[in-house]
Design a protein around this ligand. Structure first.
Ligand code: NAD
Length: 369
């Protein structure tokens, strides 16, 4: 099985945390004969400085032919004034669009050792392990028309405008994200919640209809409908009632950030974005990236937390390469170093040992030996 990766470190701490993934790949190739090969490329500000664009055609080709793209982070104040279509984030959006990455997987795992760092009480978050499956390429962020219309002055001479966003979903878009969510549920505790606003939105009515239709192919999965506003409330009231939640682009944006904060720090959160399975090979295009940005405030200091990046790589092991045991091992190693009291600055707690990016990466690898 081909295991060709494209590593796109990007900007700021992206290069520092990606270096830890490179070490891990070298270790896995050596100790487990894991058989990964990789190329590297430029994205974001780094690509703009080199090529005058947020990702070059050559690197897009590499992304298209890779089995998985591992992405660091992009952006920084030095690129704040570059033309809009060449800004660092344009590289990320192009990758998502051209690779057709419609399914965003955001796990929220509360590591035992970090349960006290959550804004919620330990007993509410301890042992939390949920997965939000967010539709990423449709819905109100992309629907047309999307415009501001001039309406002229009202009777008091005050200028009026009308802003329009369009929430639009077609059956196939709901069907394919629902299948990803049911597939995920099948590999976990076989419990799925679908969150929408079918009580007030007609797109929610279709969403619910299609998600229920797909259920026929997954009779083992327990299906639950929940209104998106209630889901937000329940996530902070009793998050452990959930396992997999599937939802649209807008609600997914909000609910996944809410779930993220249950777990403590931004430096801990991985994500995966998946495309449709290839008709011939069945393989999905995929990109794995930490949720956080390029953290310009700490870039170059060697103190960034590499865990979200390493956990994103573990998601690649799980979802692109079906190396489930190895993914479990890497995630176990992360839990292990935290239990040993090692902490990067962002998750530092009293009585723990503060370590650098490199020391954290080394400690995780040492747990795998
Ligand atoms: P950020 O996520 O980069 O940083 C927010 C705060 O969290 C900072 O204080 C930072 O030091 C800290 N932080 C983030 N990741 C950390 C880690 N791994 N270890 C330790 N501390 C960490 O968000 P921001 O400051 O709003 O944005 C900075 C730049 O990143 C901007 O240019 C923004 O556009 C970009 N950005 C990129 C992405 C992406 O590449 N996917 C996502 C969000 C923001």
């Amino acid at each position: 099985m081909s295991k060709k990766l494209l590593l796109l470190p990007g900007d700021g701490i992206g290069t520092e945390i990606m270096a830890e993934v490179e070490k891990l790949i070298a270790f896995l190739n050596e100790s487990r004969k894991a058989g990964f090969s990789y190329e590297t490329g430029l994205v974001g500000g780094a690509a703009y400085d080199e090529h005058g664009i947020a990702i070059s055609e050559q690197d897009m080709e590499k992304a298209q032919s890779a089995d998985a793209v591992i992405f660091g982070a992009v952006g920084g104040p030095q690129w704040d004034n570059v033309p809009y279509d060449k800004r660092p984030e344009a590289g990320l959006l192009r990758l998502r669009k051209d690779l057709g990455l419609f399914a965003n997987l955001r796990p929220a795992i509360c590591y035992e050792a970090l349960a006290d760092a959550s804004a919620l009480k330990r007993e509410i978050v301890e042992g939390l392990d949920i997965l939000i499956v967010r539709e990423l390429t449709g819905g109100v962020y992309f629907g047309e028309p999307k415009q501001i219309i001039e309406l002229g002055d009202n009777e008091n001479g005050k200028n009026q405008k009308r802003a329009v966003d369009t929430q639009v979903y077609e059956t196939y878009e709901i069907d394919r994200i629902a299948r990803v969510a049911y597939d995920m549920a099948m590999t976990r505790s076989k419990k799925l919640h679908s969150a929408d606003k079918k009580n007030v939105m007609i797109s929610g009515v279709l969403w619910d209809e299609v998600v229920r239709e797909v259920a026929v192919d997954y009779s083992e999965v327990e299906f639950n409908h929940i209104l998106a506003d209630n889901a937000a409330m329940q996530l902070v009231r009793n998050p452990k009632q959930f396992d997999v939640i599937v939802t649209d682009n807008l609600f997914g944006d909000v609910l996944s950030d809410t779930a993220a904060m249950l777990t403590g720090s931004l430096g801990m959160l991985p994500s995966a974005s998946l495309g449709a399975p290839d008709e011939k090979t069945g393989k999905r295009k995929a990109m794995y990236e930490p949720v956080h940005g390029s953290a310009p405030d700490i870039a170059g200091l060697g103190i960034a937390n590499p865990i979200a990046m390493i956990a994103s790589f573990a998601m690649a092991l799980r979802y692109s390469f079906n190396m489930i045991e190895l993914a479990d091992e890497v995630e176990g190693a992360i839990a292990g170093v935290l239990a040993d009291g090692l902490r990067s600055g962002d998750i530092m707690q009293q009585g723990c040992k503060k370590v650098s990016t490199e020391q954290m990466g080394d400690a995780i690898i040492a747990k795998l030996v």
